[in-house]
Design a protein. Sequence first.
Length: 242
Amino acid sequence: MSCVLEIQGLGKSYNSVDILKDFDLKLIRGEVLSILGPSGCGKSTLLRLIAGLEQPEEGSIRVEAEHGNTGKAFMIFQDFDQLFPWRTVLDNVIYPMGIRKIYSDKERNEAALEMLDMVEYKDSISKYPHQLSGGMKQKVALARALCLNPDLLLMDEPFASLDAQTRNSMQELLLRIWKRKGLTILFVTHDIYEALAISDRILVMGNKGEGIKTRMELEGAKPRNYGSPELMKLWKEIYELL
Ligand code: ADP
């Protein structure tokens, strides 16, 4: 199976405090991996490093496309301000394709409409972000990332600000898209249930500089049932580690 992400000996510090040290991680194409860990342990820093928004001090990060070429990793953030407030929904989705010179104008428009359909965005494409609910904004952000054909989707607590019901339906939607598009997802969350429901693997990080405390492989179809006794048992196991 092909590797999408390979991190070796990664090191990053801020103000001489080690945040990540000798950090290794591999992700196989098509995997959903969630990272849990105490606040400040370096989860967002790790995603920013993978996205190329920051540079590591040590080690290497490789994102691979299907035939061994350098791949693309795109990030979806928790806050809803990631959309341009002065652009319509459609323009928000089209804009990054233009910046990256992907497709012709006509194809960009078609790709944007196709991905908005895929994320089940049912509102007007002429609306502006301030006219949308939190869930709708996250759908638009997801459509925008999907248009760029990411090899790796980095999601930094993307559903943390949503109400419980919207959050559940967004988790289900994400998995439907994951299946259709064969996505590889690295997902950071504070919510143990969320990690257990949607992931193939979970990493639990220790405090800053401590690295990975536990790795967990999960069986069975996703999303998993929140109320099942097996999940409750795993929840307790992880809770005690955090
Ligand atoms: P997490 O996502 O696990 O909550 P972060 O990766 O956001 O943690 O942050 C890890 C640590 O690094 C925190 O102590 C945070 O204050 C610090 N940190 C993050 N970004 C910076 C920065 N740009 N400058 C200085 N310190 C930072």
